[in-house]
Design a protein around this ligand. Structure first.
Ligand SMILES: C[S@@+](CC[C@H](N)C(=O)[O-])C[C@H]1O[C@@H](n2cnc3c(N)ncnc32)[C@H](O)[C@@H]1O
Length: 222
């Protein structure tokens, strides 16, 4: 299926899965992952919900060997970006697939680092838990991860607000859906719920903070 891109001011969104921020800019969590990559020799990095590959190519530019996964087909964008890659850069491989069935796509390879921004909330809570447990098995060191917070602007009038996290998976209020180009059901988290999920999946939360927008960002380790 061809990707349907929506352009809003300087932002691009693909197929109703929210803004692809990574192709436009690097945020603080992105920069932390790059600092970590700089300290390693050709680390293998898994980028989940990579979108058009903004951060995959940034990481490869610092020497990482990146496996990038997204349910939508970004193979054309990756092909184009690869053509302009520095000869000294690392390597990028794009795999189209559902991260809820990640083991099928990556065949139990292991990675030094994992990276997943603005994506986990598109899974139902039990799927998110299973994925994080699996990531704890295959990622040897750190996971850089963020989700959309329920207290952010995205969560205004969200139907799942008073629903137990295990059953929380709803479309946004139509106005918010339009505003943020999110037209798929989501499980929005509070900071406490997200930390509890990561810890119950085996991760140790090293740092957790809220962005000005209300995204919950975490660096976790073993
Ligand atoms: C908001 S974009 C984030 C892109 C980029 N990581 C960033 O932070 O800007 C969310 C991405 O997650 C992908 N996605 C959502 N659910 C997914 C799933 N179950 N499996 C794989 N990719 C998924 C969407 O296709 C989309 O590219």
């Amino acid at each position: 299926m061809k990707n349907v891109a929506t352009h809003k001011k300087s932002y691009v969104s693909f197929n109703g899965f929210g803004i692809d921020v990574a192709i436009g800019r690097a945020d603080d969590l992105d920069r932390m992952s790059l600092v970590d990559i700089d300290m390693r020799d050709c680390p293998r990095v898994l980028d989940l919900g990579c979108g058009a590959g903004g951060h995959s190519f940034r990481m490869a530019g610092r020497g990482a060997v990146v496996t990038a996964v997204d349910r939508c087909d970004f193979s054309q964008e990756f092909r184009q970006n690869k053509e302009s890659m520095d000869a000294l850069a690392g390597f990028v491989e794009f795999i189209q697939g559902d991260i809820a069935e990640l083991s099928k796509h990556i065949k139990d390879k292991s990675f030094h680092l994992g990276y997943m921004q603005r994506t986990l909330h598109y899974l139902k809570y039990p799927q998110a838990f299973q994925l994080l447990v699996y990531l704890h098995e295959i990622i040897l060191d750190k996971l850089f991860i963020s989700v959309t917070g329920i207290e952010s602007e995205v969560g205004v009038d969200y139907e799942g607000r008073n629903v137990a996290i295990e059953d929380r998976f709803f479309l946004l209020h139509p106005e918010r859906a339009e505003m943020f180009s999110i037209h798929e059901p989501v499980c929005l988290f509070s900071e406490r719920e997200f930390v509890e999920l990561l810890e119950s999946a085996g991760w140790r939360v090293e740092r957790c903070w809220l962005s000005a927008f209300g995204n919950i960002k975490v660096v976790c380790t073993h």
